[in-house]
Structures are given as C-alpha cells and as structure tokens.
Design a protein. Structure first.
Length: 233
C-alpha cells in the first residue's frame, strides 16, 4: 500500500506512523498521572488469567469472577482437569459467565491445543516464539485476536499489544487513527511506536480501558473531565 503524506506524519492504512512515539507516551503519561496504576490483569495464576481471557468475551468481569470462583470451588482450575472434564459439565460450572455452552467449547479447544502442542505445560507455552504462538492461538476455534493477545500479554508476559473497542474509540476521536482502522492495524500502530516492554503494554491497555469506561463513552462522552481533554496531539 502506498503511504500518503498527511500533516506531520505519514498515513499508512489509516494509521499515523511517523513521530508517534512521543505522542503515545504523552497520552500514557497523562492517563497514568490521572488514574494511577491499574494492577491488571486480575488473577492469581497465569492459568486463571488465561481462562478469564476466554470467559470475559461478551460479558462483564463480575460474571467472569463468579465463574472462576465456581471452578476453584470444584477444584477444576488446573490444566489436566479442564482438559478432561466433559464439555457439558464445564458449561455448568461456568454458567455465570454467560454464553456458557459456547465458552465451554472454546475452553476445551484451548486446552486441547495446550495439551496437544505444549504437553499441557504453561511454562513451555511461554517459551514459544511470540509470533508463532500467536498464529497458533488464532488457529484455535473461538480465540480471536483480542483474546489471543490477552492470553499472551497478561497470562504469559509476552510483548504483544491488546486492542479493543475502547482503543479504537479513544484514538480515533483524537484523530490518531482512522475510523476504518482494523484490529491488526491498531496493534501494529502501538507496537511499531512503542518499545516491546510487557509492563508498558500491560499498563497502557489497562489505562485505555479505564478511560473508555469512565470518560470516552460511546454516547455522551465526558470530554470535559477526561484526562486527555486538553492534551495537544
């Protein structure tokens, strides 16, 4: 694709790519100063984080917590148990998370992948080449880019940037990305501009989510109260 000169940067596939590092870090600094550390992702173990990443699809985190608590109560939050438990039983345990039959199938698909490809060992999964691992995760039925990146970043501490609807809304409203920018373009936008540091990627995404929920709402955004309201980008 031909890059089109647009203002102080270069527009490539709807993404401004030149000179973005300072601007993105300015956004990060402003959000961190206003909101403080996020302590994400909630979870006691990498396994719990990865299960939560699958369960949180299309539901509130409070519902995911209920499902995780049920799995803990049943002694099921372990790779061998989740792999061998019948799908119907697993669905009953995670019922609070909503779409429980679909999510039970997705969990089974993930743990089949983990056992078949990585001996069921999370430490082996974490040592995989990130690009190869991401490709493998995206090949698991029911795991899309956001879930795959959440598993890698939050569950395995691998440097990949998680993108969601909040990311698109905030950065398109500030004119840094186009309305048409897709997931992979947005992910590349951040990863090409920022150093591949897991703590930075972790905290940045968490701050974006908090900002989207509190201020940059789909309707009636609270721009006057937003930490980014008067930031020149």
């Amino acid at each position: 694709m031909v890059a089109i000169v647009k203002g102080p940067g270069v527009c490539y596939n709807g993404i401004m790519t030149r000179g973005m590092n300072k601007r993105l870090l300015a956004v990060y600094d402003r959000l961190y100063a206003a909101l403080g550390p996020s302590h994400w992702w909630p979870g006691e173990t990498p396994l719990e984080v990865m299960v939560g990443a699958i369960l949180t699809q299309n539901t509130a985190w409070t519902n995911v917590e209920k499902a995780l608590d049920r799995l803990k109560k049943e002694g099921a939050l372990a790779v061998p148990v989740l792999h061998r438990t019948p799908e119907q039983q697993l669905a009953e345990w995670i019922r609070p998370a909503g779409y429980f039959r679909v999510k039970a199938r997705r969990l089974k698909n993930f743990f089949r992948f983990l056992v078949d490809q990585y001996q069921g060992r999370i430490e082996v999964l974490a040592r995989e080449d990130p690009d190869r691992l991401r490709e493998g995760l995206l090949g698991v039925n029911g795991i899309g880019p956001e879930t795959a990146d959440s598993i890698m970043l939050y569950g395995l501490a691998l440097p990949t940037f998680v993108v969601d609807a909040y990311t698109h809304r905030i950065f398109s409203r500030h004119g840094l990305v186009s309305e048409e920018a897709d997931y992979e373009s947005l992910r590349s936008f951040f990863m090409e501009a920022l150093a591949p540091e897991v703590p930075l990627y972790n905290e940045y995404h968490a701050l974006i989510v908090r900002t989207g929920k509190q201020y940059c709402r789909p309707r009636k955004p609270r721009c006057g109260e937003c930490p980014l309201g008067n930031l020149e980008l």
